[in-house]
Design a protein around this ligand. Sequence first.
Ligand SMILES: Cc1cc2nc3c(=O)[nH]c(=O)nc-3n(C[C@H](O)[C@H](O)[C@H](O)COP(=O)(O)OP(=O)(O)OC[C@H]3O[C@@H](n4cnc5c(N)ncnc54)[C@H](O)[C@@H]3O)c2cc1C
Length: 507
Amino acid sequence: MTAASTAPTAPRPTPDAPPPAAPLPERAARQREVVAALAALLPAHSLLWTAEDTTPYECDGLTAYRQRPLAVCLPETEEEVQAVLRTCHRLQVPVVARGAGTGLSGGAMPHGLGVTLSLARFNRILELDPRARTARVQCGVRNLAISEAAAPHGLYYAPDPSSQIACTIGGNIAENSGGVHCLKYGLTVHNVLAVRGFTVQGEPVQFGSGALDGPGYDLLAAVIGSEGMLAVAIEATVKLVPKPQLARCIMASFDDVRKAGDAVAAVIAAGIIPAGLEMMDKPMTAAVEDFVHAGYDLTAEAILLCESDGTPEEVEEEIARMSEVLSHAGATALAVSQNEAERMRFWSGRKNAFPASGRISPDYMCMDSTIPRKRLADILLAIQDMEKKYGLRCCNVFHAGDGNLHPLILFDANDADQLHRAEQFGADIMKTSVAFGGAITGEHGVGVEKLASMREQFTDAELEQMERLKRAFDPLGLFNPGKVIPTPNRCGDMGMMKTLAGSLPRA
Ligand SMILES: Cc1cc2nc3c(=O)[nH]c(=O)nc-3n(C[C@H](O)[C@H](O)[C@H](O)COP(=O)(O)OP(=O)(O)OC[C@H]3O[C@@H](n4cnc5c(N)ncnc54)[C@H](O)[C@@H]3O)c2cc1C
């Protein structure tokens, strides 16, 4: 693109003027400089900078925190991505990559003095190889679109976040996303063979290959889950797996959360790896049932969904074994799906747990931590105590087989005190999860949401090693600054921590 054809012209509004009450001359000047440089690289429809145009990008799924970037770039070609990165690096401008913005930890929340780099237009499936059982896709492709494209070959992409209709494979890679079926089929890291993209300097780079193992450090594993801190992903090669001939699901009711939690541990201890093993507590089933009428047992204190897939013979045998373990663990009722429509109905409730929570509260904060399976009941009971302590309600849905919790704290973000209590509630869940031998994230990442909780999990020495890895990829700390690693000096002279993590802007 030439500067002449793309520079802003008279009808386009000028970059934001600072509000008179709180002048921000530094931001306005910086915005003029950055927008002018980017306008020389991108066509007009690929560069947004007015308040009106950038507001839709001001947050991700963690809507309590918002910040407008200086500009949003929507490149269409790799050359444009490269040019944007080179220019941002030259100007020392922070870059926040963005997929669909469904992240729940603020990972794609913009930087106030930075550029948001949307990969939304990289949405093509480049190659599908049924014999190799792989797909090569651009990183803005939606997760579900891969399985839809692979379906005619009897294949699918296994990691299935509940947001799969919208979230992108680039976001999945950055967050190492999971889903209901990851207990059996693995997380994103187990299903991606290679990632191609650019360094912060705009240099092309590839991590991994089609081979089972490669020489040198496993940088693919470092990049997957790195939350946009190490590289921008442009293209990925993913594994496809055969669609199982049959899947059936057991819905098991329990009159006590401890029995339900112990039943999860018992299923795994019996040597069974279900295709999915999910748990919901009573407040969650009530919210869901009201929304999608999945047929859940509303008298139960907790329900489990246990899925088996494979050949009809394998499924029959596994369903019988799981039913036995669940009954022995104290299930008060068991229902086994009799056909595909019924199985989908059972799952419809679980898949709609988050929107169902949105119906019963102005806002919810979806936490994400992991604990050893045997402590599932303990954490549920601890969360019940926290509800009283912080005066807020909480619905619980778990990828129970993985020990991955998703407590949904209900609050009203318009009430500053409620937001404050919700944050404290969430931090308490993180702290308790670590105390129970777990971790502060299972699949949603750290983002800005769990920066402080990183100190619950890691020592200063461990955080320092992470920071050094980050610096090896990104010496100036320009990719997604202020996220993931709670280190005060990341942005040094540019004072970015002051504008971001130092005082998180709230909705
Ligand atoms: C209703 C709902 C249900 C959800 N269910 C699940 C679930 O079951 N399992 C689960 O794991 N998550 C779930 N999530 C969270 C979210 O969907 C995932 O984290 C998802 O992977 C984010 O993808 P995205 O394209 O929206 O990424 P974004 O939110 O846009 O970005 C997420 C992070 O990835 C980085 N990033 C994005 N694209 C790139 C790229 N190309 N290169 C480098 N960095 C990049 C961003 O900088 C950011 O740090 C859910 C969210 C919602 C709203």
